[in-house]
Each structure stands twice: as structure tokens, then as C-alpha cells.
Design a protein around this ligand. Sequence first.
Ligand code: ARG
Length: 572
Amino acid sequence: MASTYDVLLARLQVAFDTLEVGADPVLRTSDRGDYQANGVMALAKRVGRAPREVADEIVGRADLEGVASVEVAGPGFLNLTLNPKLLNDQLVALLDDPRLGVASAPAPSTVIIDYSAPNVAKEMHVGHLRSTVIGDALARMYRFAGHRVIARNHVGDWGTPFGMLIEHLLDLGEDEAAANLSIGDLDSFYRAARVKFDADDTFKDRSRARVVALQSGDPETRRLWRILVDQSIAYFDRVYGHLDVTLTPEDVVGESYYNHMLEEVVRDLDRRGLLVESDGALCVFPPGFTNRDGEPLPLIIQKRDEGFGYAASDLAAIRDRVSALHADELLYVVGTPQAQHLEMVFAVARLAGWLPDRVRCEHVTFGNVLGPDRKMFKTRGGETVKLVALLDEAIERADLSLLRRGSELKAKQRVHLAMQIARAAIKYADLSTERQHDYVFDLDRMIAFEGDTGPYLQYAHARLRSIFRRLGEPWSAGSVSFSLGAGEERHLALGLLAFPEGFEMSFAALQPHRLCVYLFDLAQRFTAFYDACPVLSSVGALRDERLALCDLTARTLSLGLSVLGIDAPEQM
Ligand code: ARG
């Protein structure tokens, strides 16, 4: 079905085109009329005419009869009020559309989303939360929009620490080490290796020799390294499972994967005359990047000791993603502190011709997770907060609040539900914050069933489903028609019809919080409707109409949440 927005836009566009081809009507949902077109003022300016006059002309030319009535307001805003027939037709079409009005991309693109990226032999902590949650929401949004998503989990699986980690593994014995790692206690393993490295010179020497062996491809060393990597990937996979994140072990393509491409990166940069030797290191100085003293900034490709820098694998990854994977879009859901690194990498890749203009490449930045003191979120003891601990605590709280609410579910089902609520609380709090902003991690607020929270939306959905359970018989929309006699019904209906814009605006801006805003608003429209309009106690056609509004609301909440990576349980 064509969304209501698209129906109106198409009609307005024809009228705008008569004055200037392609002029944007700037159509928005509005709280005054049902929709508002704000494009007249800019158009009037460009054609050098009075805005009111242009507005009147557009209203005269637009074929909106039977669709909407139009009022020209202020300096030239067009307020559109939908007519009852259009509302009815669109709602009826919505009932039959599993995508609830959202079109699927006619020409799918291949988008590569680089997200999560924890480090091998280290536990995932709160610092990985936002990249993982936002990245996964974007991946789901792209898939829903009809695109082909390739997730890339660019884990840190290479570098000097692996010398000491492998030596520590040998000291413990492979089986013992694997057993320690398999229970997910990666940090203790790492710390123990570090302590020995700092205290014991022979261990330090062994570690250094081991790094050399690893880099030169010694098979036995590679095998030992693989144990660390595999155990870590298995652990990451468990965390993703807990969080219901769609990343799989196949998406793990870590820094080491690009090793064999690094020489070629250097050769190619050299061939193009971009490589400069500076302090013994091989660098590129992309124009436009300077330090505080205004001196050109180098992107280090190969260090003085011949080791390759972090930038080299990122450059190799771009080449691989564009030429081998045929990416149309590259997204990097990586913390803001890496902004300069990524901007420089992108600039160098463009200079080198590896990143053609047609490929959109974007750093999707995000703010920090803060503690109650508004500083970086730490445990009371000042340590980083592990993701697993965070989720466990949320599950415990969710379970408690279910008990307190008198849940009659069996323990096993209750724990499952508590898990769904806990994830929703954590993910929604993250996603509903404008991503560039910081937020305070406050479990009490996040897990509340009231307010702008994940559990509130889940609860609104479950409440809707319970209406149908209480009905006691199967219900289908059949030949329902919508007369929308009450203001609250009409308001809810308009909210339902606006799902495509809610999704599209959020998606186009890569801002999941906009979809959250839409869903929260819809839930509030539903509450106002439900307070004013009895559903089960109404009869005949009116009851069917109201049930249909409930059904559409439940489906919209469920679909919207699922696109964000949040479950909508049937019962709570
Ligand atoms: N592993 C890195 C870290 O923990 C993040 C990697 C981000 N992705 C990338 N392509 N550089 O900081």
C-alpha cells in the first residue's frame, strides 16, 4: 500500500512542480492540521513571489479534493486535514499490510555496518553497549527497509598483548586456560598475564619473542592464538545472545583478517605517491588535518619497527568492503573519540581511490554512558562495568517487579519474561537518547513500567493483546470500516497512519531515537483512546472498529519495537 504521507506528497508534488520542478513540499505530520506542508516559503523566495500568493496557487492546482481540505496559515503554511474516506481507505489497507505502510526499497543497496568490536581476551563492558545496541538497531532498520546488510564485527584480535597472553596460556596449560576462558572470565586471565609481564623479566622476554613468532606466522603460535580468539568469540556470542543482538560468529572479521592485505595497502599508497617517511614511520598526510599548532597530521600506516598501525587494517578493510563485498554504504558505529582517526582513514581511502564518491561512508557517533554522578559509568570500586553484570542486574530487578505486580507465571516463564523486559529497558534507554548525547545509566528509571521506557511500551502492547484474549473468541478484521467518531479515535488513527514517516525519518537520519519518539507518542494516543472509548463493552460495528484500532496499534508497537531489536511479549 502507498502510505498516507506518500499519497499526499504525490498530489502536492504535482502542484509544486508547476512552479518549479522538484520543489520540496516539506510535508510533515503536524499537531494543528493532520499534515502540514512547509515548502511554500522557500519556493516563493526562489521564484520571487509573495508566499501567500504561491500558497493559494498551489492549493488551486493541487488535486486534493476528496483527500484533504487545505487551509493556508501564517506566512504560507499549508494545513491539510484528511477526509473521512481517505482515512478509512488507508486504515483498511493497513489491516492487510504486514509492513504497515512502509515501502521496501525498490533497489536494495549493500550496506556494511561495523559495530560492537570488542577485544579478544577482554570482557565486554559498558563501553561496548552503545556501539552494539545502536549498530544492531541500524542493521535491523536497514534489513527492514529492504537492504542487504553485512555486519562486520571488527574485533581487536591482533597486536603486542598477544605475546604475553599466549605465554600465560602456555604456563597454565592449554586445557586449564581454555577452561578458565570458557566460563567467560577473560579479564582475570588478561590481568594475570599482565602482572607476570610487569614483574618477571624472563616472562617479558618470552612474550616479546612470542609476538615476533605470531607476526611471522609460526604455525604453533597461530594455533595457540586461535584458542584465545575462539574462546573469546564464543563468549561474545553468549553476550550477544543475552542481549538479543543479531551478530553471529561469522560476522567476526577482526583486525588480523586484514594482515595479508597490509603490504599491498602500503605498496598501493606508495605507487600513488601518498606515502611520506616521517620519524622513520610511513605516513600519509591527508589535506585538512592539522594538530593544535596547525602542523599537518600524519596517519601512521607502518611504524618505525615495521609493525602496522590500527589505521592500516582499517584502510585494508575499506578496500575489502568496497571491492570484494561491493558495498554501497559503509557505516562505522564507533565511539566519538575515534572520530579523527576514522575521518583521516576515510580521507586517505578517498585519496587512494579505494573509496569512490558513490559509496557513502559515515561515522555514526554516539555519546557516553554516565554513572549517577554524571561521570563515566564505573562500579563502586571504580572498575569498568561488565555488560553481563549489567544485564543480570536488570533481569533481577525485572523479575522482582513482576513478582511485586503479582505475576502468576511459572518461574521459568517469568524468568524469560524478566529477560525480555531487562533487554527492553537497557536497549530502549540507549536508543531513545539522541545518539550524540550522553545519558545516565539509571536502572530504576529504565525498568519502570511508567514513563518513556521500553517496559512501558511492552506493557502497552501486552495490554492490547489482553483485550483480544478477554474477547474469548478469535477475531478478524473482516469488513470493518472506520468512522472515527470520537476525537481520540481519529487521533489514534492518524498516529497509526504515520508509522511510515516515523520509521523513514528515523532511518534516513540514522537516529533510532526518532522511532522511539514515534512509538511512545503512539502508546500515549492509545492510552487516551482507551480511557475515552470503551472497547469490549461497545457493540456491533463500533466494537469491530475499535478492536481494529487496537489490533493495528498492537501490530505497530510490535513491529516498531522489533525493528529496534526489542521483543514485544504477548503477556506481562
Ligand atoms: N576494537 C576497537 C576498540 O575497542 C574498535 C574498532 C572499531 N572499528 C573499526 N573499524 N576501527 O576500540
